[in-house]
Design a binder for this molecule. Sequence first.
Ligand SMILES: [Zn+2]
Length: 280
Amino acid sequence: MKTRSDLRRTLARKPDSLAEERQRELVEFRRKKYYRGVEEFTNGFFQAVYAPLLDLFMATVRVRFDFIDSETQDPFDLHDPHPQVHKTMRYWTSQEKEDWRKQFHEVVEKAWSVHWLECHKPGWESLVARVAVDVEEIGDGPTMPTDGIFDVKVYRGDIAGQGSPAVGHRQAWFGYDNVQSKPGERPVVVHEFGHMLGLDDEYRAAGKPEWASHSDMVQAEFGYGVPRLDSGNREDRFKNSIMNSGVTGKVLPEHGVVFLDAIRRITGIPEWKLRRGVPN
Ligand SMILES: [Zn+2]
């Protein structure tokens, strides 16, 4: 509550002392780090940390990899008049597990660490944040946390269930090839990781809503939403999006909305914006 003496002080204040006070607040703000535990930001699931002194916003996705041996179906013998389904068991070697892990970190962190955030609060425009995405592996064991983690099953042969890579509620299913890519394409895990960060598919699919779940956030920031259209035929700017066309698309500036939402919430400052044109 404001008292009469507060009011007198406010009225007596010179204009430049207001600016000075704002500056003091900013200096104070910069001293601290801003974070919460792992939580759901929009539909994603990561720990958000903002370190003003480092101009760094870090989104850490915690995963526990479970490498599973599984069968693959052999190609049919075209010369055999009565072809039979043959399956061969595939086993992970420790070297393959190590390589898969390493590639997952590399491709995902590189592809998604592209956005910049900037503060538009009057007088606080010097606050900026480079977005860095980090995958943190949590091992097994009694002292390891069990909460706040994506359980990621990685199959050496066929993927169990639907047979294709997928991300669900704090779970994911990948295959051996999903960290690899053809020239000019991106590995499948780059798209799937978008789901882990909270982004939706942008292509039309039977039984799915007409708009991507991140559409409202994109609408609020960019002035247009994200309709789910036939992925091959669309001509809007999501034609070349990683969430539309999977391996041939790229991470767009619009996808930074998940980080924008997070930094606003951990700092309590609503005036954060995505730097325009990043990524190019
Ligand atoms: Zn998808």
